[in-house]
Write a protein that binds this ligand. Structure first.
Ligand code: SF4
Length: 541
């Protein structure tokens, strides 16, 4: 049976901010300030929510990295039980900056949460014959561990990419940016998204003689550009011609010796922003947090369907594709994007706090003693839940930031070692309490089950799980790695059956109509297909 999109099993709601909420907010601030070791908090001059936002961001450190770790030697270990959706990429581009490679490097650091399996940077100099590249498997800091590899990438323009690959496709060949040489010279491409008609296009291209070097759908764009009948020498025309044939999600950067082209698909599934560098150059990135780290100021979003061309003659904007209704990925606000980012014109942090407030209004737990976030991504929603319900917020679960990327195989006698390595309950907060645990989402339900058990083992008298998004009932075709829908617990079960599986006393989700109310007039400009089953584009085999 399909998941029930309604509210929680628990009854009651407290959706107003009153004295109780203010007291709760003060409790939160005190708790967070103590946790951060910052002493007493500052004045609440921007209101509880604004102040809490500042404090919580300091505690959370802005980290939303999927809680996975990939061990060497073929042992794949996920410290949080592999129960997260995963973004498949982040892109960064720079034009007109003498230190372009270093700027892109910092941008990729800021976007590490969007992909951890590979990274690369390609640079271009006006007088250079070739594009320069360095890429490899691993985190940005690992791929560029040798500073000489970065210093070698000279040039005023650069693009970079963080990749998260699906199982079986983890190969350095697939690490982007991809580089190819056309009749007009070398070109490089970095892509965030997923092309829904790539398999069909790939077969067509192979039948016409194309030889692919990767299993990435991004290479289809290069081959379409190579076989474009558009006039030679104009990269932007080749790009428009190629992208006019693909369907699906793409925020893509294409670099040549003469120009940097940035394009967002007509539905704008994935984000892409434009920034201004202090050096006078421009920066493009998947999220505004990359601009922040590089010292660039946010100018605006690249519009859905827009092509920006940066060259020696300046910056030009085109809309070469048929217009379509925007379908921005709402999951960017629920989980993927960093809370410090502004995505699709909205603060990610503010969205998550509001999801928590709405969750409290529809699935409150009036007799609860404490609201506990599942770190890190559940923190803003838990703050919102606490502020709206008046139930005190406490960091009852702590996350280890020092879990390495390689583990020895745990002994069979150590139960649920994965979650325990990553998350630890604070018994003094949990024992003898009615606990509301707030998380951003449930995918397979395996992690939620372990967290409920962990809280009970720590002495909780009741555990009420609250999820700051609707039940996930479908896979994503637009650049997010999701399990088959049969593996999604909310595809196979209604709320009560899911509650029973995870072992909670009650379970509540943010209702889909609550999400729509939050989005307001923009609701039909967001994709919510993994919750609603309403897919803007279906894949073509
Ligand atoms: Fe985002 Fe879900 Fe739509 Fe994929 S299906 S683009 S994850 S909202």
């Amino acid at each position: 049976m399909m998941a029930d999109h309604g509210g929680a099993a628990a009854a009651g709601a407290a959706g107003t901010r009153g004295p109780e909420a203010a007291a709760s907010a003060a409790t939160v601030v005190t708790a967070l300030a103590a946790a951060a070791g910052t002493g007493a908090p500052g004045p609440l001059d921007s209101g509880p929510a604004g102040h809490l936002a500042t404090v919580a961001a300091a505690v959370a450190g802005g980290a939303t990295s999927p809680a996975s770790a990939v061990g060497d030697g073929g042992f794949v270990f996920d410290a949080a039980g592999g129960d997260s959706l995963r973004e498949e990429c982040g892109v960064v581009g720079v034009w007109g900056d003498p230190a372009s490679a270093a700027t892109v490097y910092y941008g990729l650091h800021a976007l590490q949460h969007r992909g951890q399996e590979g990274a690369g940077i390609v640079t271009s100099a006006p007088d250079g014959e070739d594009l320069l590249e360095h890429k490899g498997l691993g985190l940005v800091s690992e791929v560029f561990a040798n500073v000489a590899d970065l210093e070698r990438l000279t040039g005023h323009a650069a693009i970079g990419h963080n990749r998260y690959s699906t199982a079986g496709a983890k190969s350095v060949r697939n690490v982007q940016p991809l580089v190819a040489t056309f009749r007009d010279g070398p070109v490089s491409v970095a892509h965030n998204g997923n092309l829904t008609n790539a398999p069909r296009l790939r077969v067509e291209l192979e039948l016409r003689g194309s030889i692919f070097h990767t299993s990435s759908d991004t290479e289809v764009i290069l081959h379409l550009m190579a076989t474009s009948v558009s006039s030679a020498g104009e990269l932007s025309r080749r790009v428009a011609d190629a992208l006019g044939r693909v369907e699906g999600a793409y925020s893509v950067l294409i670099l040549s010796r003469e120009s940097l082209v940035a394009v967002r698909d007509p539905r704008g599934f994935r984000p892409l922003v434009l920034g201004a560098l202090p050096s006078g150059g421009h920066m493009l990135a998947s999220e505004s947090c990359a601009l922040d780290l590089a010292g660039a100021s946010l100018v605006r979003e690249v519009e859905p369907g827009e092509m920006l061309v940066l060259s020696a003659t300046g910056m030009a904007s085109y809309f070469p594709f048929a217009r379509a209704r925007r379908r921005a990925c709402v999951f960017e606000h629920i989980y993927f994007s960093k809370p410090s980012s502004v995505v699709f014109g909205r603060s990610v942090y503010a969205s998550r706090v509001r999801f928590g407030e709405l969750l409290a209004a529809t699935a409150g737990v009036p007799h609860a003693d404490v609201v506990v976030p599942v770190p890190e991504s559940g923190v803003p929603a838990a703050l919102g839940f606490s502020a709206a319900s008046g139930v005190p917020f406490q960091q009852g679960i702590l996350r280890s930031h020092y879990v390495g990327r390689t583990f020895i195989q745990p002994s069979q006698g150590v139960r649920d070692i994965g979650v325990k390595l990553k998350l630890a309950p604070v018994r003094s907060v949990i024992a003898g309490k009615v606990v509301v645990a707030v998380d951003d989402s449930i995918v397979r339900g395996t992690t939620s089950k372990k967290i409920v058990l962990m809280l009970r083992d720590a002495g909780a008298t009741e555990v009420h799980m609250r999820i700051a998004c609707p039940p996930i009932i479908g896979s994503c075709y637009y650049g997010v790695d999701t399990p088959d829908r049969e593996s999604l617990i909310s595809f196979r079960n209604d709320v009560e059956a899911t509650r029973e599986y995870i072992g909670a006393d009650s379970l509540g989700f943010l209702p889909l109509d609550g999400l729509h109310d939050f989005l307001g007039e923009e609701a039909d400009t967001f994709c919510d297909a993994c919750f609603s089953g309403q897919y803007p584009i279906l894949p073509v085999e």
